[in-house]
Design a protein around this ligand. Structure first.
Ligand code: FMN
Length: 303
């Protein structure tokens, strides 16, 4: 039995360990067939909107070196269906539940948060600001600091649980966006969402994704994610849920040293459903090798 303390506190919520699953890459019903979800620090459910969204046309997944592209387009059954299916299912597990929310307008984001206010199984709400803002010409909410401040301030008012704001990496200066979210009342930040990418099938002379472009994720994006977590940790006081290409226990430690309080696996859950379990087995061993007795000791130690 390892003596290393793995428990962390994310925006007032105690997690038994820092490992969480990332939104859209994890399905409680499917993944619980492989392992006991109570092993995890937390789970993040797929992005959910006020009503069902059909998602984008297929093909909407493409593999690439060290990662994948997706243009799933936040296909989801709507918040009421999630309340009937996923939240009751999560009752049997002792792990934190984060609900990731999507919207095309501030009003839509608020409607999802309002629908979750009385749900005791929801520990944290994660606002995905990488959605297109239909009222402002389809520009992504998360790429303009003024828009970030507006949406976060509004959603904070209609959210009862601590609010994590999930940042898009497709910006010039991530610290400006992070500071805007903090100023508007975010309790924590999560980063990174996917990078914008594209692949072409040279034989068909067509983009592989029906949508042409999509979100790039997986181990190839990790250095970008670690850099952004490092920069954001230096710029704000609120805790960070770090993610982007995490595959191993060493990756988790890298994110924590850069400044993350908790760390999520995304694409890894699709490559190997057992990835979080393997990481959690190795994490105390690697920390012991580093002479660490409490994971909180190494948070943000990089100058
Ligand atoms: C298939 C797929 C679906 C995703 N769906 C969502 C989503 O609904 N909401 C969200 O905020 N992020 C979503 N993401 C982004 C991930 O949560 C994560 O931020 C990103 O993939 C980087 O982590 P990774 O490199 O470990 O996958 C999705 C990613 C993938 C690959």
């Amino acid at each position: 039995m390892s003596k290393v303390n793995l428990s962390v506190n994310l925006a007032g919520v105690d997690l038994k360990n820092p490992l969480v699953t990332a939104s859209g890459t994890f399905n409680p019903q499917a993944h619980s067939q492989f392992y006991d979800l109570s092993l995890l620090g937390g789970v993040t459910l797929k992005g959910v909107a006020d009503v069902a969204w059909p998602g984008n046309p297929t093909p909407r997944i493409a593999e690439t070196y060290g990662g994948m592209l997706n243009s799933v387009g936040l296909h989801n059954p709507g918040v009421e269906a999630m309340k009937k299916e996923d939240l009751p299912f999560m009752e049997q597990f002792d792990t934190a539940v984060i609900v990731n929310t999507a919207g095309h307008s501030i009003e839509e984001y608020c409607r999802v948060s309002e629908a979750l206010q009385e749900e005791s199984r929801v520990d944290l709400v994660e606002l995905n600001i990488s959605c297109p803002n239909v009222k402002e010409g389809g520009v992504t909410f998360g790429t303009d600091p003024k828009m970030v401040e507006k949406v976060v301030a509004a959603v904070k008012k209609c959210t009862k649980q601590p609010l994590i704001v999930k940042l898009s990496p497709n910006v010039t200066d991530i610290t400006e966006i992070a500071k805007a979210a903090e100023a508007a009342g975010a309790d924590a930040l999560s980063l990174i969402n996917t990078l914008f990418g594209m692949r072409i099938d040279i034989y068909r002379k067509k983009p592989i994704l029906a949508q042409k472009m999509g979100g790039f994720s997986g181990p190839a994006v990790k250095p970008v994610a670690v850099r952004m977590v490092y920069q954001v940790h230096k710029a704000v006081q609120i805790p960070i849920l770090g993610m982007g290409g995490v595959m191993t226990a060493e990756d988790v430690i890298e994110f924590i040293m850069a400044g993350a309080t908790a760390v999520a696996t995304g694409t890894a859950n699709l490559v190997d459903p057992m990835a979080p379990v393997k990481i959690l087995e190795e994490l105390p061993q690697v920390l012991e090798k580093l002479g660490v007795t409490d994971i909180n000791e190494i948070r943000g130690i990089i100058e």
